[in-house]
Design a protein around this ligand. Structure first.
Ligand code: ADP
Ligand code: MG
Length: 316
């Protein structure tokens, strides 16, 4: 078990930004720095945390946790769809096949919940009953399970995600009908696998987002999969009881940080409040716990700071 003081010590070693020479052209995302070189992409997962589409600061060990959870799930789902992984040469690094990303992100939801403006619960409360082409019945309560998981795609490459239905996506020329249906099938299979494994670890995989690319005409699962950044997880044992009582679920995801921000009045507009060290340490504990519960493995804190390791790795 990692101690609080070890996490605190890591506050000064967090991987905030990278600028590695000689491994390709850098592209900085909110959380990851990618270096593109021909048909390969080196993804360095930083310790940056984003919520409501904004980068908020850093959380110790977060990059390592996310990258290792993604690696775990890529391996666990490779019989459903091929993925982009070539190798994981460092806890924070994944070398992947460069793919042409579809202009949609595929969100699968098993339950109606959320706090952001694109969440199913937000729309439902506003009286919307057709969400991305999915009809939601009357009388649903927050955190209720859908009869069957629903797919709610959002557009990529726009400032804020915009939900679209299958028909809209096709009409807007974002994807062909045939591709959409193939991808939808893949997403539901991935989600089912995710829910089954989560369940075996005492968790509920509530919802998640997939990014699918294409390579030589084939679909490739890319980006990250079933990580606490791209997914919500709840503890299964208390679900029913809390749901019946109308109480919040016990969560194992970055909802903790989202809620901390929302309590301070930040839901995406204006300047986000600075994360305190206390919140950063608490968030780190939750990320580490998520690694351990999801993978069933003990989290090993690396001795050397991530930037030092990565610099050395690529100096070779
Ligand atoms: N195999 C891949 N090929 C091409 N692009 C990829 C691949 N895997 C992930 N990406 C892209 O790399 C970026 C990852 O960085 P991230 O911090 O998530 O960025 P963002 O701020 O866009 O969410 C995303 O834009 C994602 O679409
Ligand atoms: Mg992303």
């Amino acid at each position: 078990m990692i101690t609080d003081s070890r996490i605190r010590e890591e506050l000064k070693n967090v991987l905030d930004a990278t600028d590695i020479k000689g491994i390709g052209v850098r592209e900085t995302g909110k959380v990851r720095d990618s270096y593109k070189q021909g048909d390969k992409r080196v993804i360095i997962v930083s310790d940056r945390i984003s919520a409501f589409d904004c980068v908020l600061g850093t959380v110790p060990f977060k990059g390592q946790v996310l990258n290792q959870i993604a690696a775990f799930w890529f391996d666990k789902t490779k019989d459903i769809v091929q993925n982009h992984v070539l190798e994981v040469p460092d806890p924070n690094v994944m070398v992947v096949k460069e793919c042409e990303q579809l202009p949609l992100e595929f969100v699968v939801r098993g339950y109606i919940t959320g706090v952001t403006k694109t969440s199913a619960w937000h729309y439902y409360q506003q009286g919307i009953r057709n969400y991305c082409g999915n009809v939601m019945p009357e009388g649903m309560k927050k955190d209720q399970k859908f009869d069957k998981p629903i797919l709610t795609p959002t557009t990529k490459h726009e400032k804020h995600d915009r939900p679209v239905s299958r028909d809209e996506a096709i009409k807007e020329g974002l994807i062909s009908a045939a591709d959409y249906d193939k991808v939808a099938d893949i997403c539901f299979k991935l989600f089912k696998r995710g829910q089954e494994h989560a369940r075996s670890m005492g968790l509920i995989l509530v919802d998640t987002k997939y990014e699918i690319g294409k390579l030589n005409g084939q679909f490739v699962l890319s980006d990250e999969v079933h990580t606490p950044d791209s997914s919500r997880y709840w503890f299964a044992d208390t679900y029913e009881e809390l749901f019946k009582a109308g109480k919040d679920q016990r969560k194992l995801d970055k909802e903790y940080v989202r809620e901390w921000l929302a309590e301070r009045g930040f839901t995406g507009d204006g300047k986000p409040p600075a994360l305190t060290d206390e919140v950063r340490v608490e968030a780190a504990k939750r990320y580490i716990q998520s690694y351990e519960v999801i993978t069933g493995k003990q989290f090993i804190a690396t001795d050397r700071p991530p930037l030092e390791r990565i610099t050395r790795l690529f100096a070779k």
